[in-house]
Ligand binder design. Structure first.
Ligand code: ZN
Ligand code: ZN
Length: 417
């Protein structure tokens, strides 16, 4: 498919669509696909639809968003508009997933779209959406269905990442960064992904054999002990969804991750990268955890937004994820700050406030809400990753008898350094 008006190599966009459908989703013949994307990403939406139908999709249904429409609410919406969300749409998506539809999301948005809007209104909109979208998110969070998230080089996003370049050049650079991180700049991207998944699998197998009770992070101002949930399981790369389909939920992905114990996190965590949450940049986050809960928090920029985030509900001040990413990962080595969690979380070790992945447990616990709570899994309306790792990060694994095992040294896997 040729798009002469796009300032980047559209052959790689074709490959990205194939990787999203074959590796990302592992789409099965006869499956429906529900696809969300901004209108700007239509060149990728169309390619993914073509790849999905070639793979045997029954119905591909795109649900498009538009930045100007999003902003119209803030400029013209009446008071009641800010506590409202289209529950009917999320309920329809939930019904599709209950009937085994796959889910694909394309991110391309301007990370700072809501900068300058009333943060209180932005928080109300986010909260209304979080609550209304719960039925549509649950099959994804619980990994009942195969799902995938992939990126498209949007213009406003590209301007944020490359502020000194003319717009077309910025889009071209962001496109190249997305293509490289998504491994579609190689001859056989599907084979590259199989090899990458095998590397991630070796790491999760090792961590699962160790069965650490906690991880201790030090370096870069962080000194944090993260207790791990009982019966936690490490995941990463390709895994099998509840519907039996093997998929790679994130393209790109470099992390291995698991579930912390919500009451057993203690010490100080300092952000190694800024975070953009709902359009607000939040920089230099520093927090202190006592028995799993944040008791002190500060940030040099966006402190009110950060406080709002951890006050969302009772679980928002506790952790739902801990993830290991080597400093040598290609995304980290690009040196770019993407202002997009899909990219930035794959550049550094991170933790996430809020909801845990109930799938990151051994089979006897996974997917059983009561057992997940008993094992120490956290619950919240939010799930927000933030980066604590860097070139100075050391991580020790602590076994149940208190023995320390080197996991990371100076930002890299101790076993691979
Ligand atoms: Zn993560
Ligand atoms: Zn996460």
């Amino acid at each position: 498919m040729q798009d002469p008006h796009l300032p980047f190599d559209t052959d790689k966009l074709d490959k990205l669509a194939e990787v999203a459908v074959q590796v990302g989703l592992g789409l099965q013949p006869g499956q429906d696909l529900v696809l969300t994307a901004p209108v700007e990403a239509l060149p990728l939406v169309r390619r993914i639809a073509a790849a999905a139908y070639r793979a045997g999709a029954a119905n591909v249904t795109p649900i498009l968003s538009d930045e100007a429409v999003t902003l119209a609410r803030f400029e013209h919406g009446h008071e009641a508009a800010f506590d409202s969300a289209p529950g009917w749409l999320y309920n329809g998506m939930a019904e599709a997933f209950a009937n085994n539809a796959a889910r694909l999301a394309i991110t391309a948005d301007n990370p700072l779209l809501l900068k300058g809007q009333d943060p209180d209104k932005a928080a109300r909109v986010a909260k209304a959406n979080s609550a209304a979208s719960k039925p549509a998110k649950e099959p994804v969070v619980n990994f009942d269905i195969n799902w995938n998230i992939v990126s498209y080089p949007g213009r406003a996003w590209a301007r944020q990442v490359f502020p000194d370049l003319p717009e077309d050049a910025a889009v071209a650079q962001l496109a190249e960064a997305i293509f490289a991180a998504s491994r579609v700049d190689r001859d056989d991207p599907v084979a590259e992904w199989q090899a990458h998944n095998a590397t991630l699998r070796a790491r999760t197998d090792w961590l699962n054999d160790q069965a650490f009770s906690a991880l201790h992070f030090t370096g870069g101002g962080t000194d944090l002990t993260v207790g791990l949930a009982e019966g936690h399981e490490w995941k990463g790369g390709a895994s099998r969804a509840g519907n039996g389909t093997t998929c790679n939920p994130n393209i790109p992905t470099e992390e291995v991750f698991t579930t912390p114990h919500k009451d057993r996190v203690d010490g100080v965590a300092k952000a190694s990268k800024p975070l953009v949450y709902q359009g607000t940049p939040i920089a230099d986050i520093e927090v202190r955890f006592v028995q799993g809960r944040i008791v002190e928090a500060s940030a040099s920029e966006g402190e009110a937004a950060w406080q709002n985030l951890i006050d969302t509900d009772a679980g928002a001040a506790r952790l739902g994820e801990v993830a290991l990413v080597p400093h040598g990962s290609p995304i980290s080595q690009s040196g770019l700050l993407f202002f997009n969690t899909l990219y930035d979380e794959n550049a550094a070790c991170h933790i996430a406030q809020g909801q845990c992945y109930s799938d990151c447990f051994v089979d006897a616990v996974a997917g059983d809400p009561d057992k997940v709570v008993e094992a120490g899994g956290n619950s919240s309306l939010i799930h927000v990753d933030w980066m604590i790792g860097g070139p100075k990060t050391d991580v020790d694994g602590i076994t149940p008898d208190g023995t320390r095992v080197p996991v990371f040294r100076r930002g890299e896997w101790a076993s691979e350094a």
